[in-house]
Design a protein. Structure first.
Length: 312
């Protein structure tokens, strides 16, 4: 983040959110925790809930409120906002449904903002359930990983009713550097799938280019620098190319999460009877990587998988 961005992020409105309502935050893991901290720093009253309690206790020491169940979060925020930052669709289902789920106590005029990568069909289903309760549901998945969450520079793609998006945008602006309204319910998730197709294919392309360079004795540091200044330049080559060279695969975005999104992209493509051969091939590549026991590494470790199969 540059100095101008840092300055902008530190200038908060006199009341936040502007309507003074509470914000619930469910899922305070490696990305959710810094996001919740940004909201509190901006002046919001934030109530957190998480499956693992250690992080909740740590946040309570920072002055956060805590709720024992998703239903308790809904009761606490009343007609405010509830952000979900969860690992997958099954985790969202566990939070919103059931006797102690979010929907059991969701109040009229409340707004749920799902910022994880969730299946499109289910997103639209939960949007309709929220509407039946007089509430609303915004799908606002993010790109930028752990670093983007820490620096509040996430790219956010939002779907849902535009008046609701306009109301929640000040909240999203605290968390991201680029916030874009995509259209009606589910379009945020579809755009995230498009993002993940491009990311996955580009990581594979950089990996194959590096394997070629390595095999023919080209210095990877020099190759990356040269390529960054041409049409091949990209954030993937810049950030993940450096990770590959340094073999730094501590997860910012896990390979298992990458595959999850590719599986959903394939499902959506099949529903629309679309033939996307690069997507299909790429999905099989990530499946093989995870079968090799490398699923908990950062998705840039696809290069390490290439190295593994070329050295055996």
């Amino acid at each position: 983040m540059n100095q101008q961005q840092m300055t902008q992020k530190n200038i908060f409105p006199s009341a936040f959110p502007p309507d003074g309502k509470k914000i619930g935050f469910i899922g305070v893991g490696i990305m959710g925790k810094p996001m919740a901290q940004h909201l509190k720093k901006a002046g919001a009253e934030v109530i957190v809930h998480n499956r693992s309690q250690a992080v909740v206790q740590a946040l309570k020491e920072e002055g956060f409120e805590a709720a024992d169940t998703p239903a308790a979060v809904a009761e606490a925020v009343q007609d405010g906002y509830i952000i979900l930052m969860l690992t997958n669709t099954y985790a969202v289902e566990a939070v919103v449904e059931g006797a102690h789920g979010l929907f059991s106590k969701l109040q009229p005029q409340a707004t749920v903002i799902d910022m994880g990568s969730t299946w499109v069909r289910e997103t639209r289903k939960w949007h309709n359930i929220a509407a039946s309760k007089g509430a609303d549901w915004i799908d606002a998945p993010v790109s930028g990983g752990q670093q983007g969450a820490k620096e509040a520079t996430l790219t956010i793609m939002a779907g849902g009713h535009q008046p609701t998006f306009d109301r929640v945008k000040p909240i999203l602006d605290i968390l991201g550097a680029q916030v874009t309204y995509m259209g009606e319910s589910g379009t945020g998730q579809v755009t995230k799938l498009a993002n993940q197709i491009i990311v996955a294919n580009t990581i594979a392309s950089v990996s194959e280019a590096f394997i070629l360079c390595e095999a023919l004795g080209v210095d990877l540091t020099a190759a990356r620098q040269a390529l960054l200044n041409g049409f091949a330049g990209s954030k993937i080559l810049d950030m993940h190319g450096l990770r590959m060279i340094e073999a730094n695969y501590a997860p910012g975005g896990k390979a298992t999460s990458q595959l999850k999104d590719l599986v959903e992209a394939c499902r959506v493509a099949e529903d629309q009877q679309l033939d996307l051969p690069m997507l299909t091939t790429n999905k099989k590549l990530w499946e093989k990587m995870i079968e090799a026991g490398m699923g908990d590494l950062d998705h840039s470790a696809l290069y390490a998988f290439y190295q593994k199969i070329h050295n055996t």
